[in-house]
Structure formats: structure tokens, C-alpha cells
Design a protein around this ligand. Structure first.
Ligand SMILES: Nc1ncnc2c1ncn2[C@@H]1O[C@H](COP(=O)(O)OP(=O)(O)OP(=O)(O)O)[C@@H](O)[C@H]1O
Length: 743
């Protein structure tokens, strides 16, 4: 291998995320073009590089760098160049020259080992000497760290993040226990830390590895939706992952519990293992639910019966018994759950409650877990509803650099009544945050359909509360005549009860098109979306019709459908700009979805009548359209909800996905005029009753299912709900039994 020492005089190109660089190195003999992964280098750096020559078809001779090491310059000229290159604060060319005039070729050595001597140079006082020494030290450390970590495939961006946390101890910390990276650095997980550890020669049965592996596995349970892991299962899965003895993991679990890193709790027959955050969330939610359910609310200064009479007359409706019951309980209790399927009058009940509380000039706050659900709630009630995150004022705390809710036990929501819709989507951590911000004496009304898919995050919150006997629950089970007109609603209830839906009734809104082959299913879905439904019903192919599917992969998965639908609805045209990202292509006009909550993404309103001109936050599940693509600025703009325009830098595009077709899981909390869904074979855990139920209840005007009826029946019959390990209902029931026995 060739070895060259020289000074980097020009960086021609540098990819910030992976450090790939093309640069010119000036060696005593010649100027060399070098290429390779050379992260965090700056012009002026002195390097020793090792590599080999290659000939690029366009650029000619280049040195392909395989290894490099920053070295300190040794010649006087080199030292002046280095010191004045901007790396050190307050040193320009003149000062650099003065330092070198004073110390000669020893200058670098002196700055490193006897920095106090810098004050010998005229113009450098104590504080300046200190600042120079510190910056010099930092530069050197950072570079050493970047180099050290690059051996393990860690990009410079992460190296800088790691350095910020461990500082000068970075290398020793990682050498001692690389698994700390997984705990301390956002974005580095157990798998990466384990790879580093292996390269470093850390033994497979090292206690650090087993601790970290156990925590990783526990977190995997949380990601799968469980608030705890059954102890035996956790131990076995971890031992299998790490390929170590079960006894070793058993010991690790005990030690982690002794160190209060995890919590072990006996729940009846089960031994439950919790991460601390989930343990606190679950126990505190439980405690708050009990407190809220026991508050004695002051009676309202109205005659409720009379008020309801008047309201019913005004609105021209007669509330069902259970709706009236819901209103009464909401008034009398600190907390109430109102649950029911589609068309059972939940929204009507919410509206009645709002009118009653407003008449008494009580302060009401409305919220829902997602952007789309809160928008729907706003439309249905005529009152502003916000996402729970907004309601709790998520923001940067002054002294922290992480996001926190500004509404909490010290600064609770200022409201007499809080109504939350679509509670089935609220997970245990969000419920915990909400509970903290509700003060006793406020009426909390939770509304939702417990038969929808459970929350994406861990927990079974709504179902557990309903099963608990602690919190008052009113079930709405009457389907109103108006709602009964709709086969979507009738069939949703049928499916929920395990009955097969009625298909293809004349002049109705629920259709099944039989296609037995997958290729034909895809073709038919595309025809429906592109031509048949728009021609027959005047629906807009892109804005009104949503294709939903259980899965991502395969012929009827989102990836394939999006490719096909994009080609059919928004094909490439010469003047239409596009941006390719891995396998995806984003094109102007494409329908896209934000796939994670981003609270800091800024939007500007395009609607002159809108009250808010700008704001922040685009949420998981928000759907928009690509408005423009600018290669020069490396930006792509998306218009959400017809008025919020958002700039995505190209590096943020992994937050977006094409949304002509989305998974049913992602559709939770949203509604669309038309839902088209392929029905075909898939993994049985995906072909379930409540997935089908969730899919069809997303449609307001029309459902079209395309595929084989046998699979439709299979879905209706498959009422297996993947069990979620959650201790909320156990805890609430324990309290109930205890309390009951006391009385
Ligand atoms: N007491 C009532 N008498 C007559 N019609 C009613 C009554 N309550 C609700 N409805 C009507 O039934 C339909 C469904 O009611 P609503 O929208 O309140 O139900 P929902 O449970 O919120 O439904 P979804 O979950 O589908 O939004 C509406 O058309 C509504 O006007």
C-alpha cells in the first residue's frame, strides 16, 4: 500500500452523512486527488494516508484511501498554515507566525504538552492561551474518536453525538462497555453495540452483553405492544438471541431488578417484567383512574332532565336511553368512558354534552390521538379539537434539549371538562402523560370503540379500563335508523359479531367483486380507482378513494400497490419533477403520508382565511400531496389538508411514504369517502376480524372489497386478537376487589 504525508488543500466534495470525500492532498512532491471515507476532515489538515492508485474513467488518477490518520505538521510553514486554518479561536496568520517565530518547529509539541507556555508569545494572555489549548484538545480528541469509531462502521455524525455525551472519556468508556452506546445514544441500538463489542473481542457471555441483551429484548416486547414481558418468555427469548445459557439471563434479570433498572412484579400466576418507564406509566395511570373515579363532583346548577328535553326539541332528536345515561354519568362522574361501534351515536352524545357544559359556561377541551382524528372531531363538533400532544403542549423544556409536555401535574390543563375521542388509539405512555395533566375535579370523558385495532404503542388502555369495573362505562349499542341505511355500518356490526357481511345489495354502499387471482385483484383495484369509481360516482381517484391493505409486502401489499397506482394515477411526464430515494420515487402530484410524529416540522398556511399563518408539527398518518421538488435547494414541498405547506429537505424524505395505498394499521383514526380493499391470502395473524372491521369503518360513503369471498369469511371467523401483556386491568381489578372486600 502506498503511504503519503501531506496537507489537505481542497475538499471538492463531502457527503455529510457518510463522510465520503473527494479532496486534494498536497504532498511535498505533487498534488494528489484522493477519494474515500474521510469523515470530519477540514482544509488545512495534515494527514498520513494509505491507499492505492486507481484510474477513474473521467477523473483519471486518484488515490483510493483505505486508512488515514491526522498528524500534526512538522515544518514551520505547515504549522503556521495549521494554526491559522480557523481550527483555533482567535488565531490568524500573524499570530500563528508569532507563535512559530517564538517556538519554532517545537510549536505543536509545546501547545500539546506545555500549553501554559503560550503566554510567552506577545499578544497571548492567560485566557487566550486557555481557549486555544481547549479548542486544540477538543479538535484532537474528536478526530481521534471519529477515527476510532470509524473502524466499527460508525459514521462521523454519530461519532460527534457520542463525543458530546462522553467527552474525553469516549474511547475508554466504549472500550470498557460498548453496550452503553445502546443506552445513551439515540439511534444506536443493541445490534450495533453488539457488533462493535464483537469486533472488540468482548466475550459472548460478558455480563454487559447479557444485561444489554435483556433490556433490548424487554424493549422488543414493548415495541410489540406489551407493557410487560412474562418473565419466563423474556428469559428464553433473550437466551436464544444471545446464544447463552438461560441461567445467565435469569441472573441478569435479577440483578437488573436489584439495580432498579427493571421492575419484576407478581400478578396472580404471572411474573411480569417491566421497563421502568412502562411500570411507572401503568401504575400511575391506574392510580389516577382510581382517584378520578372517586372524586365527588359538585352537582351542576341545572335540572339535567329539563335541559335534555329542551335540547332534544331544539335538535329534533330523541336521545336513546343509553345516550341519556352517558350524559348523566358524564355530569356526575370525574371520569367516564363512552364506547360503541360506528353509528351508535357517540358524536351526537359528545355534542349534547358540549351544549350542556357550554350553557354553564364551563371550559371544555377536546382532543384526539392523531392529527386526522382531531380534525374529524373538529368537523363533527364545530369546536376546535387538538391532538393530545398539542393539547399537552409538547415543546422543548428550557434547560433540556429533549421534548417534553408542558402540561403536567405542576401545570395541569386549565379546563372543567376534557373530552378525548378515538381513545382506542391511545397507548399507555400517552395515557400517562394525559393523566398527569388532568387535575382532580375536572371531568374526563373518554370516547372510543374498543373493537378497533389496539394502539400502535404498548398497552390495551381502553379495553383494560372498560374491563376494570372501576371507571363508569356507558355502552352505546343502538344503531340509529339513519345509520342503518348504510350497509357499511350494518356490516361493520355484523362482522364485529362474527356474522358474514351482506354483499352487493342494490343501491347500497358495500360491494364485493370476486377475483380469485392476485394479478386480477390488483388490476381490478387499479381500474376501480382510476376509472370505474370516478366515472360512476364522480369520486376523485386520489383525494376521495383510499386503498387499504393488511400488509406491506407481496402483490397486494402497500409497496406494490403504490408503485402500480402511482404509475396509473400520476405517471412520469417530462416536465414533472421527481426525486428517487432508494426504491421509491416521489413525483410532483403524488399522494404521500407522514409516517412518524415530527413535532418540529414547520408549516405555512396557504389559506388566506386561516387564523394561523404558520405552525409546527406534522403527525404520523397525516396525508398530503407533493407540491414541488427543488433539486437546487434539495427540498421537496408537501401540501397537507389543502393548506399547510411543509418543506422537507431531501435528507428528511424517509419520513414520507407514498399513500395511494396504506396499511389498515396506519389508517386508524382516519376516515375516507371510499375504501377499496383487496381480500386475498395473507399471514393469518393479519387476516383478522378486527382488522377487517377497522378497515371498513374507515369508509364514509362506499366500501369495495376485491378478491375471494373465502378469505373474507376467514377474516370474519378469525377473532383471535393477538394477546397483549398489560397489567392495567389486573391492577384496577385488584383495587376493586380490595375495596369491595373492605365495604
Ligand atoms: N338519538 C338519536 N336519534 C336519531 N338519530 C340519531 C341519534 N343519535 C345519533 N343519531 C344519528 O345516527 C347517526 C350516527 O350517529 P353519530 O355520528 O353520533 O354516531 P357515532 O357513534 O359517532 O358514529 P361514528 O363512530 O361512525 O362516527 C347520525 O346520522 C346521527 O344523526
Amino acid at each position: 500500500m502506498l503511504e503519503v504525508e501531506g496537507r489537505l488543500i481542497e475538499i471538492i466534495f463531502q457527503n455529510e452523512s457518510n463522510g465520503y470525500t473527494v479532496a486534494i492532498l498536497e504532498s511535498p512532491e505533487e498534488e494528489i486527488t484522493m477519494v474515500g471515507y474521510l469523515p470530519a476532515l477540514k482544509e488545512g489538515d495534515h494527514l498520513l494516508v494509505k491507499g492505492k492508485w486507481m484510474i477513474h474513467p473521467v477523473y483519471g488518477h486518484q488515490l483510493e484511501v483505505q486508512e488515514y490518520r491526522p498528524i500534526l505538521p512538522t515544518t514551520e510553514e505547515g504549522i503556521i498554515y495549521y494554526l491559522s486554518s480557523g481550527i483555533l479561536p482567535g488565531i490568524g496568520k500573524k499570530m500563528a507566525k508569532r507563535i512559530v517565530d517564538h517556538f519554532g518547529e517545537e510549536a505543536m509539541e509545546i501547545i500539546q504538552s506545555q500549553p501554559h507556555r503560550l503566554t510567552e508569545v506577545s499578544g497571548i494572555g492567560e485566557s487566550k492561551a486557555e481557549a486555544i489549548t481547549e479548542a486544540f484538545q477538543e479538535q484532537r480528541e474528536l478526530r481521534e474518536i471519529i477515527l476510532f469509531l470509524s473502524q466499527y462502521g460508525i459514521t462521523p455524525n454519530y461519532a460527534v453525538k457520542i463525543y458530546k455525551i462522553y467527552g474525553e472519556n469516549t474511547i475508554s468508556t466504549i472500550q470498557e462497555n460498548p453496550y452503553r452506546l445502546a443506552e445513551d445514544i439515540m439511534g444506536i441500538g443493541f445490534i450495533t453495540a453488539d457488533r462493535i463489542a464483537k469486533t472488540m473481542g468482548i466475550a459472548a457471555n460478558s455480563k454487559y452483553r447479557i444485561y444489554a441483551g435483556t433490556k433490548y429484548m424487554l424493549n422488543t416486547f414493548h415495541l410489540e405492544g406489551h407493557t410487560y414481558a412474562p418473565s419466563q418468555m423474556l428469559i428464553e427469548r433473550t437466551a436464544e438471541l444471545l446464544k447463552v445459557e438461560v441461567e445467565m439471563v435469569q441472573e441478569a434479570v435479577q440483578n437488573l431488578a436489584l439495580d432498579q433498572k427493571i421492575q419484576i412484579e407478581r400478578q396472580g400466576e404471572e411474573t411480569a417484567v417491566y421497563s421502568m418507564a412502562y411500570y411507572y406509566a401503568e401504575t400511575n395511570v391506574c392510580k389516577k383512574l382510581i382517584e378520578l373515579s372517586r372524586v365527588k363532583m359538585d352537582p351542576l346548577e341545572i335540572d339535567l332532565e329539563e335541559e335534555l328535553q329542551q335540547l332534544q326539541q331544539q335538535e329534533g332528536i330523541s336521545l336513546a336511553i343509553n345516550q341519556k345515561e352517558a350524559v348523566k354519568q358524564a355530569v356526575e362522574n370525574g371520569i367516564l368512558v363512552i364506547t360503541g361501534g360506528p353509528g351508535t351515536g357517540k358524536t351526537t352524545t359528545i355534542n349534547t354534552l358540549i351544549k350542556i357544559f357550554e350553557k354553564l359556561e364551563m371550559k371544555i377541551v377536546l382532543g384526539a390521538p392523531t392529527g386526522r382524528a382531531s380534525k374529524r372531531m373538529t368537523e363533527a363538533t364545530g369546536k376546535e379539537a387538538r391532538t393530545i400532544h398539542r393539547m399537552l403542549e409538547l415543546g422543548f423544556a428550557e434547560e433540556e434539549d429533549s421534548m417534553m409536555f408542558q402540561r403536567n401535574e405542576e401545570n395541569p390543563l386549565d379546563s372543567d371538562v376534557i373530552i378525548i375521542d378515538e381513545v382506542s388509539m391511545v397507548d399507555i405512555l400517552l395515557m400517562h402523560s394525559l393523566m398527569k395533566a388532568v387535575s382532580l375535579g375536572t371531568r374526563l370523558i373518554l370516547v372510543g370503540d374498543a373493537d378497533q385495532l389496539p394502539s400502535v404503542g404498548a398497552g390495551n388502555v381502553l379495553k383494560d379500563i372498560i374491563d376494570s369495573r372501576i371507571v363508569k362505562v356507558v355502552r352505546l349499542n343502538e344503531i340509529f335508523r339513519q345509520a342503518e341505511e348504510s350497509m357499511i355500518i350494518v356490516n361493520a356490526h355484523k362482522i364485529n359479531h362474527g356474522e358474514y357481511p351482506l354483499l352487493n345489495m342494490k343501491e347500497k354502499d358495500f360491494y364485493f367483486i370476486t377475483k380469485n387471482q392476485r394479478g386480477n385483484i390488483t388490476k381490478t383495484v387499479i381500474q376501480l380507482v382510476k376509472e370505474r369509481l370516478p366515472n360512476h360516482y364522480q369520486f376523485d381517484s386520489v383525494k376521495d378513494i383510499q386503498v387499504l391493505t393488511p400488509m406491506k409486502k407481496g402483490e397486494i401489499g402497500t409497496i406494490n400497490f403504490n408503485k402500480e397506482l402511482q404509475q396509473a394515477l400520476n405517471p412520469p411526464i417530462k416536465w414533472k419533477k421527481e426525486k428517487a430515494l432508494k426504491e421509491k420515487i416521489f413525483r410532483v402530484g403524488d399522494k404521500v403520508m407522514q409516517i412518524k410524529n415530527n413535532y418540529t416540522l414547520k408549516w405555512e398556511s396557504q389559506d388566506p382565511d386561516s387564523q394561523e399563518e404558520k405552525g409546527e408539527g406534522i403527525f404520523n398518518g397525516d396525508i398530503g400531496y407533493i407540491h414541488s421538488i427543488d433539486e437546487g435547494d434539495q427540498e421537496l414541498k408537501v401540501l397537507f389538508d389543502d393548506y399547510r405547506l411543509v418543506n422537507y429537505s431531501f435528507s428528511q424524505l424517509d419520513e414520507l411514504e407514498l399513500a395511494y395505498c396504506i396499511t389498515i394499521h396506519k389508517s386508524q383514526g382516519s376516515e375516507f369517502p371510499v375504501v377499496v380493499m383487496p381480500i386475498a391470502w395473507g399471514p393469518p395473524m393479519l387476516l383478522t376480524r378486527n382488522l377487517l372491521y377497522t378497515a371498513i369503518t374507515r369508509a364514509k360513503n362506499l366500501v369495495v372489497l376485491v378478491g375471494a369471498e373465502s378469505y373474507l369469511r376467514m377474516m370474519v371467523d378469525n377473532d383471535k386478537i393477538v394477546q397483549r401483556y398489560s397489567g392495567l386491568s389486573y391492577r384496577l381489578n385488584k383495587f376493586y376487589e380490595f375495596h369491595f372486600n373492605q365495604q
